[in-house]
Design a binder for this molecule. Structure first.
Ligand SMILES: Cc1cc2nc3c(=O)[nH]c(=O)nc-3n(C[C@H](O)[C@H](O)[C@H](O)COP(=O)(O)OP(=O)(O)OC[C@H]3O[C@@H](n4cnc5c(N)ncnc54)[C@H](O)[C@@H]3O)c2cc1C
Length: 464
């Protein structure tokens, strides 16, 4: 359908593959965590995988795509869970993983090429006594630009907020998909144009991030007789800024039993709080935990747990992945708990959901306040069932994003402003970048994959 042979003539010398197995493998990400996206995205493949190694090659690959009017979808580690890197309309899959390396680092900041694995950025910062403010639990395989374009926040967000919060992305270098691609440097709040835009308005080539002082972290698992005790303790810890934590991940029983690596660590019937606490804060942490009726069942240095994986690989998106290993039929939605009384809101939602499935709650800063995100793990029946759960959560005041959708507007985590539309128009005049995911005219967006009611996740750009 697309003039791939002509395109290839223009990108001679750049690594590429038309091998069907490679194309199928690279046209997938982690959307299979959603039973609805599994149906919707299966069978959507690129026509060619192109793997540039340098900025010149990225520019040539994009310029040739524009010349021949072939869609181009960027891909990093392919760990996205909304299927954002699946090429809906075929064409070129731009594999960015060979375009990797640290550009520079200095106290407080680091700059890396787009395809650098998040873990490599983390380790490079550690070498000079600093660390990433936040990272996705897919740190081992995700790329730094994929995190910016497709992610939200993660480990570290309990202290530093989410990526969209002002000050958490220093700068992005991007290239446009015009006849002659331009290189643009976006700084400060301008970076919000690109964050969570799924590569649908430009290709990121470099990412500059502010850093945090590195701590020695203690991985800690605390068991609580009830879920609400765990929630109250987590919220108190999150609101006590003097106790340095970077993860506050709360799971209702029987989730600890469904997470196989934990095998018997958490007593029967107990809910758990998983946390990273800086060693100098450990005594205060332990005191607060005891006040809330919690019992520490594991405390060790990073990566030293008897469970054999980093503790963060049982939080955020990884928590569902662990649960699905025991019960593949489980799924979740993305609720948002933003209130001056988070425990009160969680308790009302919890009561109204009436045991439909164990709840997960991740606590993080969001804008100026602590907030929670999560939902129950339900045994999937239908889209209507998920809509019902979303409406119950909304009826009590929680917000909902659609983690079973695959385009920017339908997921609902980015507010699309006039500025976004103008930026998209100017950078991608032919609508070739990840087409169908975020069109200038919303009517041109592809069917999203599912239709959950969304609200409350959208950014308040620039006002926090
Ligand atoms: C088990 C699991 C756990 C997860 N945990 C977290 C978490 O804690 N926090 C979180 O935020 N997310 C999480 N995610 C989602 C995802 O892993 C992260 O967002 C991750 O950072 C994506 O990086 P990636 O390199 O794999 O991106 P990809 O999946 O390759 O791409 C993500 C999006 O970015 C676009 N993109 C990639 N590279 C570029 C580029 N150079 N320029 C422009 N666009 C580009 C792609 O087109 C796609 O739309 C999780 C997912 C799973 C499956």
């Amino acid at each position: 359908m697309y003039p791939i042979a002509d395109y290839l003539a223009d990108v001679a010398g750049i690594d590429h593959s038309i091998d069907p197995i490679t194309i199928r493998r690279k046209s997938r990400d982690r959307y299979a965590v959603s039973p609805l996206l599994r149906n919707y995205l299966n069978g959507k493949y690129a026509d060619i995988v192109v793997s540039p190694k340098s900025k010149d090659e990225v520019i040539r690959a994009v310029a040739a795509a524009v010349k021949h009017k072939i869609p181009i979808t960027a891909r990093g580690g392919g760990t996205a869970n909304y299927g954002q890197s699946v090429p809906l309309r075929g064409g070129i899959l731009l594999d960015m993983t060979q375009f990797a390396g640290i550009v520079w680092k200095k106290p407080g900041a680091i700059r890396a090429l787009a395809g650098t694995i998040v873990n490599d950025v983390y380790e490079a910062a550690k070498e000079i006594g600093w660390e990433l403010r936040m990272f996705p639990t897919t740190r081992a395989t995700a790329t730094i630009a994929g995190f910016i374009a497709g992610g939200t926040g993660g480990v570290g967000s309990a202290r530093w907020g989410v990526l969209r919060d002002r000050g958490n992305i220093a700068a992005l270098e991007v290239i446009t998909a015009e006849d002659t691609p331009r290189i643009i440097e976006l700084r400060g709040t301008q970076t919000a144009l690109v964050h969570h835009s799924y590569g649908a308005n430009c290709i990121i080539t470099e990412v500059e991030l502010p850093l945090a002082h590195a701590w020695e972290w203690r991985e800690t698992i605390v068991a609580f007789p009830t879920y609400m005790q765990a929630v109250r303790c987590g919220v108190s810890l999150g609101q006590t800024t003097g106790i340095v934590t970077k993860l506050l991940s709360i799971h209702e029983w029987p989730t600890p039993k469904l997470m196989q690596p934990l095998a018997g660590l958490v007593p029967e019937g107990h809910s758990m709080l998983s946390s990273y606490v800086a060693f100098p804060s450990a005594a205060d942490f332990d005191e607060m935990v005891a006040e809330h009726g919690g019992k520490i069942v594991s405390a060790c240095g990073e990566g030293q747990g008897s469970y054999g994986i980093p503790l963060y690989e049982m939080a955020f998106g990884h928590a569902l992945a662990q649960v699905q290993k025991s019960e593949p039929g489980r799924t979740a939605i993305e609720g948002f708990f933003h209130s001056d009384d988070i425990p009160g809101l969680v308790e009302r939602v919890h009561r109204k959901l009436n045991g439909i499935g164990p709840m997960r709650l991740e606590l993080r800063r969001w804008g100026t306040k602590l907030a929670g995100s999560g939902s129950p793990y339900v045994t999937f029946e239908s889209e209507e069932q998920l809509i019902r759960v979303a409406r119950i959560m909304q009826s009590e005041g929680a917000g909902v994003a659609n983690s079973h959708a695959s385009n920017v507007r339908a997921v609902g985590k980015k507010d699309v402003t006039d500025q976004d539309i103008a930026f998209k128009r100017s950078c991608d005049p032919y609508g070739l970048l990840n087409p169908g995911r975020f069109e200038v005219d919303s009517a041109e967006d592809e069917n999203a994959g599912s239709d959950l009611p969304i609200d409350a996740w959208v950014a308040q750009r620039g006002v926090v």
